[in-house]
Design a protein around this ligand. Sequence first.
Ligand SMILES: Nc1ncnc2c1ncn2[C@@H]1O[C@H](COP(=O)(O)OP(=O)(O)O)[C@@H](O)[C@H]1O
Ligand SMILES: [Mg+2]
Length: 241
Amino acid sequence: MSTNLESSSATSTANAGGGVAVDLAAVEKIYRTDKVETVALSNVNLTIPGGEFLSIMGPSGSGKSTLLNVLGLLDTPSGGTVTLDGDLVADLNDRQLAAVRNREIGFIFQSFHLINDLDALDNVQIPLLYRNLPNSVRTQMAEIALERVGLGSRMRHFPTQLSGGQQQRVAIARAIVGTPRLLLADEPTGNLDSKMGEEVMQILEEYNRDAGVTVIMVTHDQRLAERTERIVRLFDGRQVH
Ligand SMILES: Nc1ncnc2c1ncn2[C@@H]1O[C@H](COP(=O)(O)OP(=O)(O)O)[C@@H](O)[C@H]1O
Ligand SMILES: [Mg+2]
């Protein structure tokens, strides 16, 4: 996979090449509407060294997706601080935030979120459209990512022509095509049977091991969680120790 990350980071990345180191201190997230106030995260403290494979578990509504969205810079905490590679996220301007989101972070969702009108190769290229790359380079990077997830022979298939496991592998290829250093997966095996879930898990493990990328996975599957280096449990937005 081509490495064009040297000039990519909007922040000073202390350990460029390895995984992103993450630090959360006293993170709170409160959703407020006219009538109700929901505390989705309360006093979450987490130090994740670059390259760790960590899983997050907890019942439905315990704040797992909120935590992942805060980590992925898709949501802003109501309190506390998020630090990536020593840089306070709150200090980044919009342009820097967008650059970190696009270049350093890959996101995988339970329901794949592929675009049905685009084939696998075009779906995988989407994150690269925000970069100034020639068409041929984009295509080549997408091909390499699809080969990496074992879909070299399905590049021109559309999502509806692929099994759930294959669709999730396309989504993983899209998440890794830009060589992110932090991979966030929200119940990536939740819609898959155990065999397909196992394939997806193996790809995440391989990517973590080979590329040294930090991987944070939300899962309800205790067996998969036990294969990661650490399990963080949430209940009602709080860490359970
Ligand atoms: N955009 C939102 N507006 C209001 N409440 C929300 C929003 N997103 C999540 N919540 C609430 O925050 C809590 C945590 O949600 P979530 O992080 O999705 O939990 P999980 O992923 O563990 O199922 C839930 O009570 C949920 O209803
Ligand atoms: Mg969720």
